[in-house]
Write a protein that binds this ligand. Structure first.
Ligand SMILES: C[S@@+](CC[C@H](N)C(=O)[O-])C[C@H]1O[C@@H](n2cnc3c(N)ncnc32)[C@H](O)[C@@H]1O
Length: 449
């Protein structure tokens, strides 16, 4: 049934995510290829799958409000089809009758006739209210329990609502804007690798220059691979926030020499490629370290066409195999919860657990100590996460700097020229709702002795 291919493709992605722990951003392109979907059909399939995954916690609460059995007792493909139907009914302009009948068809094809009848009854009930109506019925009241209400209304686990609230300092309107922004699909941003491609070239191929990064361009539509610069590795897909934090490290002043840079957690190599391009223009050398071999191979690919000097090292960055104080600039783009990129990873908010934070925080602190050990006096360390969770950002920096008098915090804001709303400094926190970037955090640190 060619006409239903977008929904089949979306349903397959939901099944892969819930049954096989797949990542939607890998499963989706494969499903689009299998169903030969392009253009508007591909966009519809992607919106249906990603939107359903983002809203899953809320849709599950609504489905649970309409069935008598616990959700765990439902056949998993039936539950996925109900989620897909609920998304169309509550968050899209798909007409209700089409949302119901196409979801019931999926259940008929993938489960059985009895389950299809049940899906029909459940989806008709769901369609009796809009999302605000279901919030009034099922969520705590906004006044009594703001976190619980926002968690339901904007489909974020409560612990993430609290983490964003803490990072935003308790401004209710801003918190709601941040939650909404996580539910907006993010565009595809490209970075022209310095010395190998230019924004003009990307713009000539239809991309729109980004607001602040001199290397960035946004792709309005279509696959990045249609651009020669991307196919040839002279440009890569990279959020503007990622470009800005790497550029801040590269442009903040350091007394010469300034020729040895270290990227401590470099896989898959987006920031390393940007730094390598800049360093090649300055005649320096980059060492990119990565613990996982397959990700180290991706770094090597990203650096392959750069004519400068660079080396990729597979190893644990908490156990340096290089001499102390050997580098002029060090990037630590630390492994983190990724709460700053929820709009790009639709299922991740429901997979992450609050308990993940403590383990990551220990690793982030060990890595930051290692970064500070690696930089020479006078040199700079950029501590970066794509999470705004305070336990992964300022808390890590504060913990590591406590009791040390050989490191100073540098005001990072001047090194993101033109970027508004950067707060009181010295650290920088970017936000999707303020800047249209991922929520990247940057602390710039200078070793003084
Ligand atoms: C946030 S990602 C880095 C993204 C990268 N900077 C980019 O722009 O493409 C963190 C990376 O650190 C790696 N990693 C985690 N623990 C590590 C360790 N102890 N030593 C080295 N690399 C590590 C992960 O495998 C992951 O590739």
């Amino acid at each position: 049934m060619k006409g239903d291919s977008p929904r089949e493709a979306a349903f397959e992605v939901l099944r892969a995510v819930s049954a096989d722990d797949a990542y939607a951003n890998l499963a989706m392109p494969a499903a689009l290829r299998r169903h030969e979907l392009r253009g508007r059909d591909a966009a519809l399939a992607t919106e249906l799958a990603y939107g359903t995954l983002r809203g899953q916690g809320t849709y599950d609460s609504v489905v649970a409000g309409c069935v008598t059995r616990p959700l765990e007792d439902l056949d998993p493909p039936l539950l996925d089809a109900l989620r897909l139907g609920a998304h169309q009914l509550l968050a899209t302009r798909v007409p209700a009758h089409a949302a119901v009948s196409t979801s019931v068809d999926l259940v008929r094809r993938h489960v059985n006739e009895g389950a299809a009848r049940m899906a029909n009854a459940v989806l008709r009930r769901i369609g009796e209210r809009d999302l605000d109506g279901w919030a009034a019925e099922l969520a705590p009241s906004r006044d009594a329990n703001l976190t619980g209400y926002l968690s339901f209304r904007h489909a974020h686990p409560a612990w993430i609502v609290r983490a964003l609230n803490d990072a935003l300092g308790g401004d209710e309107a801003e918190l709601e804007a941040a939650l909404r922004a996580d539910n907006e699909p993010a565009g595809v941003t490209l970075a022209a690798r310095p010395g190998r491609a230019t924004v003009e070239e990307l713009a000539g191929a239809g991309a729109r220059p980004t607001r602040w990064s001199p290397y960035g361009a946004e792709l309005e539509s279509g696959s990045p691979a249609r651009l020669a610069a991307v196919r040839e590795g002279r440009a890569g897909v990279q959020d503007e926030g990622s470009q800005l934090v790497a550029l801040a490290l590269a442009t903040a002043p350091v007394q010469p020499p300034d020729e040895r840079w270290l990227d401590l957690c470099a896989g898959p190599g987006g920031k390393a490629a940007l730094l390598a391009g800049l360093l090649t223009q300055r005649g320096g050398r980059l060492l990119a370290v990565e613990q996982h071999e397959h990700r180290a191979r991706l770094i090597a690919q990203a650096l392959a066409g750069d004519p400068g000097e660079h080396e990729v090292l597979v190893g644990d960055a908490t156990q340096p195999s290089w001499p102390e104080a050997d580098f002029d600039r060090v990037l630590l783009d630390a492994p983190c919860t990724g709460l700053g990129a929820l709009r790009r990873r639709p299922e991740s908010r429901w997979r992450r657990r609050p308990a993940d934070v403590a383990g990551l925080r220990r690793l982030q602190s060990d890595l930051l100590r290692s970064a500070l050990w690696s930089v020479r006096p006078g040199g700079l360390v950029a501590y970066v996460t794509c999470s705004p969770h305070l336990a992964e950002t300022v808390t890590v920096v504060d913990d590591v700097l406590r009791g040390r008098d050989d490191v100073e915090r540098v005001d990072a804001r001047p090194y993101l020229p033109g970027v508004p709303d950067l707060g009181d400094g010295p650290d920088v926190q970017l936000w999707p709702h303020r800047h249209g970037t991922d929520a990247m955090y940057l602390a710039l640190l200078r070793r003084t002795e």
